[in-house]
Ligand binder design. Structure first.
Ligand SMILES: [Mg+2]
Length: 275
């Protein structure tokens, strides 16, 4: 039985967790409905950009805050009572935007100044026309337009030595900018991750609704989800279909699903809503 007073914030990764390889979530539909009926927030937390996550949030649907670009930004719908606790005035596409780290605008300013003054050789999304982004990513035109609308991270190609890259990294550090190596790109981003996103959103709920006993449940499948799972009160591990090892979060309440993707997500939500 669920106590009336218990309030759970579900924070979930998308790819490989709520979504399967074809970006579908059908097996999770009964759980999604149940979470909505109970009035619990469902927070999407992904490396995707805001427009990419926004499209999924609208289809699910969820009207809770969204966490985009690996914790680089938090987007709170303008109509949400949580906006009262936001100290930021930045508004993008109907969302109030918080930056736990640093905005892309500032990252570009610092990185381009360093490129101009010290001759570092790199190019990134900010330098490329849409055709070049399509060629480098393999995305469709529409997807590339969404992927280009970044607010907290800048993917780059480094066209110089590893030694020079180390120098660039050292020059960025005092500005609180780090390099994160991904599959296709090196990402310039602030000193934040998906766990900061979870903590910021949970703090907003606790500030605006101080009389409710909020607890957080995080769901993830990949290495970049581990800190988010560790930052939650309870964690659901979804098996990774691409051969990644099962995550071992260091929290007291852990549920490990037997199935990957949305079927495992449904198992995990069923578990947490009935225990
Ligand atoms: Mg994932």
């Amino acid at each position: 039985m669920i106590s009336d007073r218990k309030k759970q914030i579900f924070v979930t990764d998308l790819d490989g967790t709520l979504l399967d390889d074809n970006y579908r979530w059908d097996p999770a539909i009964p759980s999604l409905k149940r979470i909505r009926e109970l009035g619990f927030p469902l927070v999407l937390n992904s490396s995707k950009t805001l427009p990419e996550i926004q499209a999924i949030a609208a289809a699910l649907p969820t009207d809770a805050p969204l966490i985009a670009e690996n914790g680089g930004l938090i987007a709170i719908p303008e109509g949400s009572p949580l906006v009262a606790a936001c100290d930021s005035g930045d508004t993008v596409a109907g969302y109030r935007i918080l930056f736990p780290g640093i905005s892309r605008e500032k990252i570009l300013q610092v990185a381009h100044d360093l490129r101009d003054s010290r001759g570092y050789a790199f190019e990134g999304f900010a330098d490329w026309p849409i055709e070049t982004i399509i060629a480098h990513t393999g995305l469709s035109h529409g997807q590339a337009l969404h992927s280009r609308q970044r607010l907290a991270t800048e993917p780059i190609h480094w066209n110089d030595s590893e030694e020079k890259l180390a120098g660039f990294s050292a020059a960025l550090a005092p500005h609180h900018i780090r390099l994160l190596r991904g599959g296709r790109f090196i990402h310039l981003m602030g000193l934040c991750d998906k766990a900061d996103g979870l903590r910021t959103v949970a703090d907003l709920y606790r500030t605006v609704f101080p009389n409710s006993p909020w607890s957080t449940i995080a769901l993830g499948d990949g290495a970049n989800d581990l800190e988010m799972l560790n930052a939650a009160d309870a964690a659901a591990v979804i098996p990774n279909t691409h051969g990644g090892a099962l995550l071992k979060p260091a929290v007291r309440r852990v549920f490990t699903a037997s199935l990957p993707g949305p079927a495992g997500w449904h198992e995990a939500i069923t578990h947490f809503l009935t225990t």
